[in-house]
Design a binder for this molecule. Structure first.
Ligand code: FNR
Length: 345
């Protein structure tokens, strides 16, 4: 699936959605939703030649879970505003495509309905203002079949006009969030922001759930190192789709530094601005084990439901196979070993 086709998905989503919903999804910290993708564009490749017949293989594992390809779906709130069945459709697409999805704290779909679709999934959590409920929710996700916890460490300071903020949307399914808490539990956290987590949350969540913890939103080698030393099994290099901080570096700018700091002791993944197979190839070649797509999947869900998301995932993977072959590397580990990619300067 080309960059142009992803842009067309976005435009189809724009036609189908109320303007405030579309604007919320597109919003970034400094208004530019192209900045991250433009930075991935600047990665340069050194294609490998004279390797004979190449066998291209996109299969990999993430924390021991087998996936058919490294294009995973990012945890995103408000999916029921894209499609009434939200993550049920997204999970159906992930299962059909052979990949994994992240499920947001704020999902409006019960965990069991997502799990039923048969795709592996990781539960994304924020630290809730009632700290104990953070662990209650994560334990419920683990019991429903989540295979890792994604602990998001950035709190987005996304500034959007009041009408674009989901809490002000007219009554609709997107407001029925945190459905995996009871109504009483929900009332305790309603309207209160999440807390910025400290390092100790990694071990707490791991001990509460018995699951590996992946820290999402790291943009520095020193933070990645501290997280791994505190027990993180994985790191997602992410700017939250450029929603965290105006003027932030892009995810791709931090990737090589994080990979080096982690030194193979944890898996590294990347997201933010990944819009086409060449960006996936860049991430893999710089040491990411797999990547997440965010908005393209949300737009595909709005434009075509689960079938739309599947077409996106399969399309990006088909293009990735071609890109690997053209680059003269059969697999992600070949690309890394061959030092295929030159990061942007
Ligand atoms: C997000 N993201 C996100 N991340 C997270 O940890 N918990 C969440 O609930 C959400 N919700 C959410 C909603 C919407 C509408 C968007 C666009 C994003 C961030 C997401 O997981 C991922 O990091 C980015 O979307 C990746 O960037 P791209 O692919 O959207 O550019």
């Amino acid at each position: 699936m080309s960059r142009g086709e992803v842009a067309r998905l976005r435009e189809r989503a724009r036609e189908r959605l109320p303007a405030h919903v579309f604007e919320y999804v597109r919003a970034t910290a400094d208004g530019s939703d192209e900045a991250e993708a433009a930075r991935w564009d600047e990665v340069r490749f050194r294609p490998v030649s004279l390797r004979g017949a190449l066998e291209v293989d996109t299969r990999t594992t993430v924390l021991g879970t087998r996936i058919a390809h490294p294009v995973m779906v990012a945890p995103m709130a408000q999916q029921v505003a894209a499609h009434l069945d939200g993550e049920v459709e997204t999970a159906r697409a992930a299962a059909a495509s052979g990949t994994l999805l992240g499920v947001s704290t704020n999902t409006a779909i019960p965990f069991a309905r997502i799990a039923e679709q048969g795709a592996p999934w990781w539960f994304q959590t924020y630290v809730l203002p009632e700290r104990d409920l953070t662990y209650v929710l994560a334990e419920r996700a683990a019991a429903a079949g989540a295979s890792a916890i994604l602990l998001t460490v950035e709190l987005t300071a996304l500034r959007v006009p009041p009408h674009v903020e989901p809490t002000s949307w007219p009554d609709g399914p997107a407001r029925a969030r945190l459905v995996n808490l009871t109504p009483e539990e929900r009332a305790r956290v309603a309207g209160r922001p999440a807390i910025g987590p400290g390092l100790e949350e990694i071990a707490r969540l791991r001990d509460a759930t018995g699951l590996p913890v992946v820290v999402k939103g790291v943009l520095r080698g020193d933070d990645a190192r501290r997280a791994v030393d505190a027990g993180a099994a994985g790191i997602v290099v992410s700017t939250h789709g450029h929603r965290r901080l105006a003027g932030s570096i892009a995810a791709v700018d931090a990737l090589a530094e994080v990979v080096e700091a982690v030194a193979g002791e944890a898996e590294v993944y990347a997201d933010s601005g990944i819009r086409e197979a060449r960006h996936v190839l860049a991430a893999l070649a710089l040491g990411a084990r797999a990547i997440f797509v965010g908005r393209p999947a949300w737009w595909a869900l709005a434009a075509g439901g689960g079938d739309g998301v599947r077409a996106l995932l399969d399309g990006m993977t088909g293009d990735l196979r071609l890109a690997l072959a053209q680059a003269g590397v059969g697999t992600a580990s070949d690309a890394l070993a061959a030092r295929l990619a030159v990061p942007p300067s």
